[in-house]
Design a binder for this molecule. Sequence first.
Ligand code: ZN
Length: 457
Amino acid sequence: MKVQDINIGVKLNGFKHIFVKKRLSPWKKYNRFLSDSQWWSKGDLLDYQQQAFKRLIERVYEHVPYYRGAMQIFNVKPDDIRSLQDLSLMPFVEKEMVRRNPGQFLSTKSFAPVLYKCHTSGTTGTPLTLYRDLRNIGFEYAMLSRQRQWAGLSEGDRYATLKGELLPVRSLAAKKFCAWNGAENKLVMSSYHISAQTFREYVHALTRYKVVALDGYPSSIYALAAFMLDRGMVLPMKAILTSSETLVPEHKKIIEQAFACRVFDYYGMAERIAAIHTCEHGSYHIVPEYSIVELVRSSQVGDGFFEIVGTALNNNAMPLIRYRVGDIAETLDKACPCGRHYPVLKGIVGRTDDSIITPNGKIIGRLDHIYKGTHHLRQAQIYQPEQDRVIVRIVADEAFSERDGDIVLEKLYHRLGDGIRLEIERVPYITRTPRGKIKSVISEVAAWNDHPLIERS
Ligand SMILES: [Zn+2]
């Protein structure tokens, strides 16, 4: 089939996205709002959150069955909510509660045909069904486009995506792994097919379509960058945007070298209860206009680490309050030179259900440091099949030595301690999730969300 045919299909899909984002949703209004609010004082931001929170409580009390029921049980009235401190009057919501009964969290005021439904795949089988309204879509689009401005990009800049978007089967059969979506000025690239044999096609497409930015999974962009640098290729871009997986510092360095620009990372999730974006200074900022993020201490993680609990301020269809998303953040108490009064995090450690759980019950995240100083490593994944056994699966080039493997195991030992057998397993590739992501850690040991939190606010 012709490249033209592939592009037409992808372009039609693009028109649909553009129509929803730019024509139906109120993104322009939010664009103006977010461009001002980023310079608000701490007091103004707090005031905004308090007002939005009070309105949210009034709405859920009237229209959301779960919250109405919970507030009646706890004898809480909307008038009892006066400030953010009163968040503690509301119960935490667990993923499983929404999974079992999504309808309880859906506003009775929502008009189902205009809602957007999405599912998370999850690891426990039953997917989680979530709903968003147009307001949420517009807000999020405006928020992402604001981060693009932080990265020095303009609205019409051509960019490429490498994040699990599927290309038509016919194009894959024709060994075409990139397709131009003219409606959105975007090159869609398959994140499933980057290899020593195909990476030149990716580079060729990036050049041919004059792409100036890449947006995708760090593991996919890193794979492309590593193949390029191996052949001495550098393709300058304006910026790289990464999301959906933990950005490993070593990978960031290689990506920045191959594309001669900086990496901007962003963190979000299907439940839309928190957004964390890096700014021009590389700080991880919680976006306070999007949601209220509580960093809650847990018995399972060490000092300085907190579980992210979020209250969405911009989704009237399915408002989630004090939702435990199951991610851990590392805090950093410092102001950022960019001048925004947004809270700063040291980083997102990752999904808690992707962490290792030691035999004495400790959760250990942020294990990407074990690869530091190791050469010839392409991809890696830590796998814990049982509580006292951890396997590091690696894809490495021929020059990877036993010494390199020992360095990895030594560093892992320092983090996990005694009582766990550690092994290295060389594999030809790391299996990706159905969405094309690489999970940096997979643990078969019980999900940690069952553990109680220490504090309730
Ligand atoms: Zn900043």
